[in-house]
Design a protein around this ligand. Sequence first.
Ligand code: SF4
Length: 447
Amino acid sequence: MALTGVEIFKMLPKTNCKKCGFPTCLAFAMQLAQRKVSLDACPDVSEDAKQKLGDASAPPIRPITIGAGARAVKVGEETVMFRHEKKFVNPSILALAIKDTDSGDVIAAKINDCLVSEIDRVGQKLKIDALCLINESNDAEKFEALAKAAAEKAPAVAVILCTENVDAAKAAIAHFSGKKPLLYGATEANAQEMANLAKSSGASLGIKAVGLDALSTLSDKIKGFGVEDIVLDSGAKTAKDMLEHNTYIRRAALKKGNKSLGFPVINVAIRDNNMLETLIAGLGIGKYASIVVLSSAQKWKNLVMFTLRQNIYTDPQVPMQVEQKVYEIGNPKAESPLMITTNFSLTYFIVAGEVENSKVPAWLAIMDCEGLSVLTAWAAGKFTAAKIAAFIKESGIEGKIANKELIIPGYVAILSGALEEKLEGWKITVGPREANALPSYLKSRTA
Ligand code: SF4
């Protein structure tokens, strides 16, 4: 039974030390009662209280790790319905499906598509996270051969074994000893055997039922067999059902404290049409799917889903930012140009990328403006002549360059006069407004 904030408060240390990030123990207790925070955030809570708080301290959606080592992926642990309330925690896993009826060439190509899918976007590595091996043939030998190929060619990649055939599951899972695969295929008919296999092999268990009532019943049954790490498949096939089921499951777990549905959700987005599949996958990423299974991994498709996922799982209250310092691009010399911009990640990576493209070595001064872009920072009074001058003086760049010239973004040309007053002896030059004009601008300066 859920505890109220006041009941939880009585078990906290009541020192109001603020280590949890809240001003008082009561404020923290209220958030805990709503399952918006984890009890772990209070370092001083007693073991006795931890035990008594029981369910109130457990995450409403159980965190589950699939895979092992550097490419292990974590799902679940979400605490809010909407990202503006706090943030979404563990990004949806994208899993590439391979069927055991695919030819050897197709299997090899798909494994390779997963391995080479990684891209760098605003400083984060984004990729296809997992392989979903499908026992399309219902044949244990064929499924084992596919599992063996994946284990050999992509040993570090997290794996989902999709089969309802217990013999096939046993044969395949033997190739992932110690690698915490997700065994995806427990049903009402095979529940006991699949639960036993998941427990003996250290796997989490994906359970399948048609409809939420049946799913809830199956979840309780599987838990009764001693399996704790469960992933839910409600059997939703259409976009409408996916949206309804995923939303209901998230709401039931967070708002009603429903323990039967307090687990991550898997959606199979596979469609004949790639454009439609991308849309369906986007729906899953946006609305509560922890795992989305895809049929293929083309670059355009990956980019759409990576970008969407990154945007949704970025904390909206904390702008992405990079460290304040003067970055060296292309081994700059004393005569190389010096530019300045703000520390919003997107701004930094776009500007730095364009400077690299220009092949003109340069100094890039990145100023801490709390992660705001140039115009926003200027409008907020964080990218002003006085602050820029102070940063440039403190940065030590003056001792490294021959010409005291600072190139400012074209959008803040208005600052040039005031900057020349604040930075005595410096020449202030107005650069391009848009980063994509930097290569031709920098090249023209050296021509
Ligand atoms: Fe209270 Fe614990 Fe938060 Fe400190 S860290 S204010 S003791 S709840």
